[in-house]
Design a protein around this ligand. Structure first.
Ligand SMILES: NC(=O)c1ccc[n+]([C@@H]2O[C@H](COP(=O)([O-])OP(=O)(O)OC[C@H]3O[C@@H](n4cnc5c(N)ncnc54)[C@H](OP(=O)(O)O)[C@@H]3O)[C@@H](O)[C@H]2O)c1
Length: 268
C-alpha cells in the first residue's frame, strides 16, 4: 500500500495527552495533519497545552475534546465534535487505554469492566462511526494501539490482554473487509513502553522487564506511523520482540506460554 499523504488530512486521536498517544499526535502533526485530540476531562489543561504547542510548531489545525470514552456516549460525542470541527475523519488513531495489574479474582469487577469499555468498546465504536466516510472516500485508515499482550496469555493482567486480543481479532477482520475499498487498518503491538500506564500499575520488579526493557513512547509512535503508512496489518516494534512474540510464542503450547507468563509477568 502506498503511504497516505497526511498534509491537511483530518486525524482523530484518542488518549493524546500522555505517553504513546501524545507522541503520535506529534508525529502526525509533523507530517502536516490536522488533529482532533481527546483525553479524560481531568487532563483537559495538558491536552489543550499540547494541542496549542503542535499548532504553533507545525502550522496545523488542532482541536480538543476532553471526554470519557468509557461510556457509550463518549465516542459518539468525540466523532460528532471532530466532524463538525474539520469534516469527515480520514485517519482514526484508537489509542486511549488503561491497564489493571494483579490477580484476576482480586481486581474489582468494575475496574475489569472499565478496561473492556475503554480498550475494546470505545475502539469498536469509533471504528464503526469513522469507517463509513473512509469507505465512501475509498481512502484513509485506522491505527489501533493494540499490544504484544494480544499475542499470548498475560497472567496478572488477564483482562488487559483479553481486550487487546479482542482488538487484534477485530482489526484483522475489519482490515480484510475494507481493504478493497482502499482503507487500511493497522494493529500496533508494542511490548512494554515507559508511560504512566505501566509506571503507575506494574511493579518495577516484574521479571519480564529484565528481558524486554521499556521502549520510549517516541520510538513506538514513530514505528506505529511508519507501519501504518506501509499498510502493515500487524506490527510488533523491535526485532527481539518480533522473535519472541511472533516466532517463538506461536511454536509453544498454550499451557507452556501461560505457565511461563505467570512466572515472568507475576509479582516477585
Ligand atoms: N505502555 C505500554 O507498555 C503499552 C504497551 C502496548 C500497548 N499500549 C497501549 O498504548 C495505548 C496508550 O497507552 P500509554 O502507554 O501511552 O498510556 P498513558 O500514557 O497512560 O496514556 C493513556 C491515554 O489514554 C487516556 N484515557 C485513559 N482512560 C480514558 C478514558 N476513560 N477516556 C478517555 N481517555 C482515556 C488517558 O487520558 P488521561 O491522560 O486524561 O488519563 C491517556 O491520554 C493504550 O491503548 C495501551 O494499552 C501500551
Amino acid at each position: 500500500m502506498r503511504p497516505i499523504p497526511l498534509k491537511q488530512k483530518n486525524v482523530l486521536i484518542t488518549g493524546a495527552s500522555s505517553g504513546i498517544g501524545k507522541e503520535l499526535a506529534g508525529c502526525f502533526a509533523a507530517e502536516g495533519a490536522n488533529l482532533f485530540m481527546g483525553a479524560l476531562p481531568t487532563e483537559k489543561e495538558a491536552l489543550d497545552a499540547w494541542a496549542g504547542e503542535l499548532a504553533a510548531r507545525h502550522g496545523v489545525e488542532t482541536h480538543t475534546l476532553a471526554v470519557d470514552l468509557s461510556v457509550p456516549k463518549g465516542p459518539v460525542a468525540m466523532h460528532e465534535a471532530a466532524v463538525s470541527a474539520f469534516g469527515p475523519v480520514e485517519v482514526l488513531v484508537n489509542n486511549a487505554g488503561l491497564l489493571a495489574y494483579g490477580e484476576f479474582a482480586k481486581i474489582p469487577l468494575a475496574r475489569q469492566r472499565l478496561m473492556v469499555d475503554v480498550n475494546f468498546s470505545a475502539y469498536l465504536s469509533l471504528m464503526h462511526l469513522c469507517l463509513p466516510d473512509m469507505i465512501a472516500a475509498r481512502a484513509g485508515g485506522v491505527l489501533n494501539l493494540v499490544s504484544a499482550s494480544a499475542l499470548q496469555p498475560t497472567p496478572f493482567h488477564a483482562v488487559y490482554g483479553a481486550t487487546k486480543a479482542g482488538m487484534l481479532a477485530l482489526s484483522l477482520a475489519v482490515a480484510a473487509e475494507v481493504r478493497r475499498a482502499g482503507v487500511r487498518v493497522t494493529a500496533l503491538c508494542p511490548s512494554y513502553v515507559d508511560t504512566p500506564l505501566v509506571r503507575n500499575e506494574i511493579p518495577d520488579s516484574m521479571h519480564w522487564f529484565k528481558i524486554s526493557g521499556l521502549a520510549t513512547p517516541a520510538y513506538i509512535a514513530a514505528e506505529g506511523l511508519a507501519a501504518f503508512q506501509k499498510g502493515r496489518l500487524v506490527h510488533v516494534p523491535g526485532l527481539k520482540n518480533r522473535i519472541i512474540h511472533q516466532v517463538l510464542n506461536p511454536l509453544m503450547p498454550k499451557s507452556l506460554t501461560g505457565r511461563l507468563g505467570a512466572r515472568i509477568l507475576g509479582p516477585r
